[in-house]
Design a protein around this ligand. Structure first.
Ligand code: FAD
Length: 490
């Protein structure tokens, strides 16, 4: 066995990579184990025939000067000439309905103007609503506590109903809930507020060259800080003794000693597959956790279509990310998906146009487009039959949005929830970890510090009090887990 590591991290997703960097920067001996051959988990890119596709996450949020991501980039020295180039697409998101195209602009006042020009009767309430969202500073404890008290016990639907009369306007706000995978009736209002503030009003950022540039840089920075990174190293067991964690074992046969493990995987994988040791004093606690986890709801998954297209010169007139909702039914679609019904009619979906903002992602004369539709986790048999049908239906429908789409396709691939599960090992291909429903928001539901001494969580499955899922939240969980581990070790 090698000399013990101070910390072993399971998974090089965003949460794991961020934790790893903070700990290596603090001078600890850290081992990062990733089952895949690449870093990033849900936040990475892949290349096909000179097209670079964002495999999962395609936009970052919270990159303003004092944003969560900027703070992390700053603290980890990732900005600068050899650093990561992050730009904001303006307009960032657009919503296309049967009546109008609405785009998210750069400033709060521009957004109030944009919405009010379409819904003039709601002008004052739009202003009040967006100012309320903008006031929720997650980094200022006093502000956050006020919002927790005000909103943690109500749904976003209730908040919308308190502000607005026009259901079409409410649906415009609801369509963005695709970013948390829930309808307004199920998502906690605080989660929706944080998503709007950190991912829409301060959203639409992209990494020049593709998302892999971000995670590759985090991985190489970790190694240059003295960290050890192993790919194709799937952790199959976390070992315990009566003091807590004492090591991990990997599918390739190695065992590593450590007193601290940070899990970037789901608690269900951690407790049900990795922690099988019942002989210690923690056995009954582990059993209690296992039954608690069975009652928790993972977020929904997605179908993603990656298209390489011949470029066509046209006036885009919309943002990098487009929410297509002709019939104002986003809330119903998200509710159906949450209850296990795939949107086979492709009523509402999202299309992203990354290469229009970053030409390095496609060969000259071409561009890449991603089409995302939320989807429930169904078995392999279902996707075997439905993958082609749903791909064809989504492409046909996206033809309303992208001129001459069918004739321009030169490359096409589809990922289903099964694909997402296979590459990231997220339960049920969950794209945002633990769903941010009313009962799953409290920080105590799946805390970052576990019941076992030395075991911490850093992922979109960790409850941090403001909701789970998305790149800013996963990165924040990573930073927080590193702080907890450092505190314990010191
Ligand atoms: C299709 C899709 C689109 C999305 N779009 C966006 C978007 O535009 N913007 C946004 O902000 N968010 C988006 N998200 C959500 C966001 O990508 C995730 O919430 C976030 O990246 C999760 O990071 P994480 O570190 O918590 O976990 P993950 O990314 O799931 O990483 C976990 C890592 O652990 C590894 N692992 C698991 N088990 C083991 C094991 N036993 N041993 C070793 N390694 C293991 C996995 O291989 C993986 O690399 C999207 C997600 C998906 C799926």
């Amino acid at each position: 066995m090698e000399k013990p590591f101070d910390v072993v991290i399971i998974g090089a997703g965003l949460g794991g990579l961020v934790s790893a960097n903070y700990l290596a920067k603090a001078g600890l001996r850290v081992l990062l184990l990733e089952q895949h051959s690449l870093p990033g988990g849900c936040c990475s890119s892949f290349e096909r025939k000179s097209f670079i596709f964002e495999s999962g996450a395609h936009s970052l949020g919270s990159c303003r000067e004092d944003g969560l991501f900027s703070q992390i980039f700053e603290e980890l020295d990732l900005h600068g000439s050899s650093g990561i180039l992050v730009r904001r697409a303006v307009p960032s998101d657009s919503v296309i309905t049967q009546d109008f195209t609405l785009s998210i602009r750069d400033t709060l006042s521009d957004n109030i103007e944009e919405l009010s020009s379409i819904f003039p009767a709601e002008r004052n309430r739009i202003k009040k609503f967006l100012n309320e969202i903008d006031g929720c500073d997650v980094r200022a404890t006093k502000s956050l506590l006020t919002y927790i008290n005000r909103y943690q016990k109500i749904t976003f639907r209730k908040m919308l109903d308190e502000y607005f009369d026009d259901e079409r306007l409410k649906q415009v706000f609801c369509v963005f809930l695709g970013n948390v995978g829930l309808p307004s009736t199920d998502v906690n209002a605080l989660r929706a507020i944080v998503m709007f503030r950190e991912f829409i009003l301060d959203g639409g950022y992209y990494v020049v060259g593709g998302m892999h540039k971000l995670v590759d840089r985090l991985a190489s920075e970790f190694v240059s800080r003295g960290g050890t990174l192993r790919y194709q190293a799937r952790v199959i067991g976390i070992h315990l003794d009566d003091h807590g964690v004492n090591g991990v074992s990997v599918s390739t046969g190695e065992q590593y000693n450590t007193r601290v493990v940070i899990s970037n995987t789901s608690p269900s994988q951690t407790f049900s597959s990795l922690l099988e040791d019942h002989t210690t004093q923690f056995g009954s606690e582990i059993d209690k956790y296992k039954s608690k986890i069975q009652g928790l709801l993972p977020s929904v998954s997605a179908v993603v279509i990656y298209l390489g297209l011949k470029r066509q010169l046209d006036e885009m007139g919309h943002g990098r990310t487009v929410w297509y909702m002709p019939a104002y039914d986003a809330d119903q679609v998200y509710a159906d998906v949450l209850h296990g019904k795939p949107d086979l009619a492709c009523r509402t979906f999202l299309a992203a146009f990354p290469a229009r903002f970053d030409e390095s992602l496609a060969p000259d004369g071409f561009e890449c487009v991603n089409i995302f539709a939320l989807a429930p986790f169904m078995d392999e048999q279902f996707w075997k039959h439905s993958k082609v049908k749903l791909t064809e239906a989504l492409i046909k429908r996206a033809g309303n949005l992208i001129p001459n789409l069918q004739q321009r396709i030169v490359l096409q691939e589809t990922a289903t929830p099964i694909t997402i599960q296979r590459y990231t090992l997220n339960d049920k291909g969950a794209m945002y970890g633990l769903a941010s429903t009313m009962s799953q928001m409290d920080a105590k539901v799946m805390p970052q510090k576990s019941i076992i001494p030395g075991l911490y969580f850093a992922s979109h499955w960790s409850t941090i009090g403001t909701g789970q899922g998305g790149t800013p939240m996963a990165a924040f969980a990573g930073r927080n887990a590193a702080r907890l581990a450092l505190r314990a070790l010191r």
